[in-house]
Design a protein around this ligand. Structure first.
Ligand code: ZN
Ligand code: ZN
Length: 492
């Protein structure tokens, strides 16, 4: 609770502080139909736009104050906030889930306007310096020292690295279409966009200007997730007008995709995977809730740590959410003349998790970067260490998810053996049968219990539903949605 209140204050402070920082942007506007045809911007803005791909879903929820409207991710995030730490492996697990980081976090500090306020160059050590061989540090706050059991709350801040490059090249004007395709500005591309938007008469066009500050960037991020025309929404302040219509559209598209996906994948191995027990209202074909163990929770929690670009990659550029797939394709298609390096591109297209963010049960096959390692002085200078580190103090990252202070990757966030309850809209809490009974309506006769086994395909479907739908469990597991697949997932 206190973490969130502090965070909230600092976000608000961040907005007012960053209000001095602005990026000018020109737009071509169709005044007759009140829509933006395209925007023209420099590197500063395009880097920010592309950096959205590196943000973990939990970070998106955080910076949008749990109003991302990204399926049920706001609920999932809020559940973690409320979850008592005795249901998590360590206190630091909560910090990691509420402030997830991708490998790009350090890079994004160099954006003209950075909406994420995590401090990726800070690491935490025990103030008693208990362990010196190696000198253990945690990249997440609230980890516990394995020797004195005190919190590792002394902050060491590594120096800035001036050689960091962002994403696109300087000195180029970029054109951003209304549905977020980014291309270098050319006359040919301008004509293509005019034609595509069916504009035959230049008299309907006018020039528009916008000063982009942190507030506009957050608004654009939010609109990008739900709208087919985020620039128009931003320019004409249609921030809520199109919400319902778009979400409805997205919902339908998503439901169709779930069906296609499960029907085309016939090879579910029902002996492997994680089992959950569903309570289903068979009359309404609705999943009321699921009873699950810590393994299933770790899958859901991984969704929060997943960077947007990796999500789009996993879902094969077919997320069904606004214009994010277009933005991803632009990063993919931009020629090397305009992108800083292939490494910059790969950070956008498949951003890795931050160190120790992965779980042992890695169904989504996510990669995580290695923690930094080296002698104390190189570590703080942010330099690669090629000193002979034998005999000197070596900085070594500990896995904040490990209660024993292990330095190996893996582990999990949630703690068993107690069971958890997951509602259809992904609210997670420790299992209480009394609160389940209160959710059941009068007709107990309609409620049946089903055990299902969850493998890779179900996790992918659940991920897609979690970001697009308000009823992901029903979408993926209800007998009505998947009549032909139902028997395959059922044990009885
Ligand atoms: Zn200590
Ligand atoms: Zn060194």
């Amino acid at each position: 609770m206190s973490i969130w209140s502090d965070k909230h204050t600092s976000i608000t402070a961040g907005v007012s502080m960053a209000s001095a920082k602005k990026i000018a942007m020109k737009l071509l506007v169709d005044k007759e139909r009140s829509r933006v045809v395209y925007a023209e911007a420099d590197k500063d803005f395009v880097d920010i736009l592309f950096s959205f791909l590196t943000l973990p879903l939990g970070t998106i929820v955080k910076v949008l104050n749990k109003q991302s409207t990204l399926g049920c991710m706001d609920n999932l995030y809020e559940s973690v906030e409320k979850l008592d730490i005795r249901y998590l492996q360590t206190e630091a697990c909560k910090t990691m889930l509420l402030h997830p980081r991708s490998e790009a976090a350090v890079r994004c500090e160099y954006l003209k306007i950075n909406i994420d306020d995590t401090k990726p160059r800070d690491v935490y050590v025990c103030k008693k310096f208990c362990s010196t061989q190696p000198f253990l540090f945690s990249s997440a706050q609230n980890a516990q020292c394995i020797h004195c059991k005190e919190k590792m709350d002394m902050v060491l801040t590594c120096e800035e690295d001036d050689s960091v490059k962002l994403f696109v090249k300087e000195g180029v004007k970029y054109v951003i279409s209304n549905d977020l395709r980014v291309e270098p500005a050319t006359v040919r591309h301008m004509l293509y966009l005019l034609q595509k938007m069916d504009i035959k008469d230049g008299s309907v066009l006018e020039e528009g200007f916008m000063d982009i500050s942190e507030q506009e960037i957050l608004a654009l991020l939010k609109r990008m997730l739900v709208s087919e025309m985020p620039l128009t929404d931003l320019y004409f302040h249609q921030n809520d007008k199109t919400d319902a219509a778009t979400r409805d559209h997205v919902g339908k598209k998503e439901a169709a995709q779930v069906l296609v996906k499960t029907e085309s994948n016939q090879e579910t191995n029902s002996t492997e995977g994680i089992s959950i027990t569903l309570l289903i209202n068979k009359h309404k074909n609705k999943v009321l809730c699921a009873e699950a163990d810590d393994n299933f929770l770790n899958i859901l929690f991984t969704f929060l740590t997943l960077p947007l670009g990796s999500l789009i990659k996993i879902l094969n550029k077919n997320t069904g959410t606004g214009c994010v797939d277009n933005l991803y394709r632009s990063a993919e298609d931009l020629s090397l003349e305009y992108i800083e390096s292939e490494q910059s591109r790969s950070i956008l297209l498949s951003p890795q998790l931050g160190p120790f963010f992965g779980c042992s049960n890695n169904i989504l096959k996510l990669d995580e970067i290695n923690p930094r390692y080296g002698c104390y002085s190189c570590f703080l200078k942010n330099a690669n260490c090629d000193h002979d580190v034998v005999g000197t103090s070596v900085m070594k990252g500990l896995n904040p998810k490990s209660l024993q202070g292990g330095t190996e990757k893996g582990g999990g966030y949630a703690k068993g053996p107690g069971k958890f309850m997951v509602t259809d809209d992904l609210r997670v809490s420790p299992l209480s049968t009394i609160s389940i009974v209160s959710k059941l309506d009068s007709s107990f006769d309609n409620v049946v219990e089903r055990k299902v086994i969850i493998g890779e395909i179900q996790v992918l479907n659940l991920l897609r539903a979690a970001i697009t739908s308000k009823t992901p469990l029903t979408d993926v597991f209800s007998p009505c949605q998947n009549p032909r697949n139902w028997s395959r997932y059922s044990l009885d």
